[in-house]
Ligand binder design. Structure first.
Ligand SMILES: *[C@@H]1O[C@H](CO)[C@@H](O)[C@H](O)[C@H]1NC(C)=O
Ligand SMILES: *[C@@H]1O[C@H](CO)[C@@H](O)[C@H](O)[C@H]1NC(C)=O
Length: 188
C-alpha cells in the first residue's frame, strides 16, 4: 500500500498525465539481450526504466540503433523468452491480472492472439470499449479477468514462437500505448 502510494506520487510529479499499467499474470514477455540488440540500448533503457510506462516514451528516445517494432510487445523478443511459453489447449481458462498504477479515461483495450511473424491478429478474444471500466468493485473485470482459449488456433499456433496473446490498452487523449505479451502455443 505504502509503496504503491509512494510510486504514484513519484510518477505524478515526473509524468504529468501519463497512465501506467502492465500485465502481471500470466508473467508476460520480458526484455533481454536480443531485445536490446534489435531495439537499441537507448530505447531498451527507457522501456526498462518503467515497465508500466507508455511505449511512446521509448519512441521519443529512439535513435539510429532502433531497429525493432516497439509497438509489437514493446519490442520484446521471443528469443529472450523461450523459457516462458505457455502451452494451452482449447477450452483452457487463463486468469489475468493487470497492474494499473495510474489511469486516465477515455481509453480502450483488447486482448487478441497475434501472429509473431506478421503482427496480424489471428483471433480477437476480448474488447473493452471503455478502459478502465467504471466497476471498481471486487468483481471488476478490466484488470482482473479470465479468457477461454478458443478452438481455432490449432494449426496456426501449433508450436512455440508462432503466436502471442497480446494485451493492448490505448489512451487517445495523450496518445499512449500499453502492451504486454504472452508467448503461447496449442499443445497437441
Ligand atoms: C486492438 O486495438 C488496436 C488499436 O486500436 C487495434 O489495432 C486492433 O485491431 C484491436 N484488436 C482487436 C482484436 O480489435
Ligand atoms: C471467469 O470470469 C467470469 C466473469 O468474471 C466468472 O463468472 C467465471 O467464474 C470465471 N471462470 C473461471 C473458470 O474462473
Amino acid at each position: 500500500m505504502f509503496s504503491t502510494l509512494t510510486k504514484l506520487i513519484a510518477l505524478g510529479s515526473v509524468a504529468g498525465v501519463w497512465s501506467h499499467a502492465v500485465m502481471k499474470e500470466p508473467v508476460p514477455r520480458q526484455a533481454g539481450p536480443v531485445h536490446e540488440e534489435l531495439c537499441g540500448a537507448t530505447v531498451a533503457k527507457v522501456l526498462a526504466r518503467d515497465l508500466t510506462g507508455p511505449i511512446e516514451n521509448a519512441m521519443d528516445a529512439a535513435d539510429g540503433e532502433y531497429n525493432c517494432d516497439a509497438y509489437f510487445c514493446r519490442g520484446y523478443q521471443y528469443e529472450d523468452n523461450i523459457d516462458n511459453v505457455k502451452a494451452v489447449k482449447a477450452g483452457d481458462v487463463l486468469d489475468f491480472k493487470i497492474d494499473m498504477v495510474a489511469s486516465h479515461r477515455p481509453g480502450y483495450a483488447n486482448v487478441s492472439i497475434v501472429d509473431i511473424a506478421t503482427n496480424e491478429i489471428i483471433e480477437p478474444l476480448r474488447t473493452w470499449d471503455e478502459y478502465p471500466g467504471y466497476n471498481i468493485g471486487p468483481d471488476r473485470d478490466d484488470i482482473k479477468f479470465n479468457i477461454t482459449m478458443p478452438d481455432t488456433l490449432g494449426a496456426t499456433c501449433d508450436a512455440p514462437g508462432k503466436c502471442v496473446l497480446q494485451w493492448y490498452w490505448y489512451v487517445p487523449r495523450s496518445s499512449q500505448t500499453y502492451e504486454s505479451c504472452l508467448d503461447l502455443y496449442v499443445e497437441a
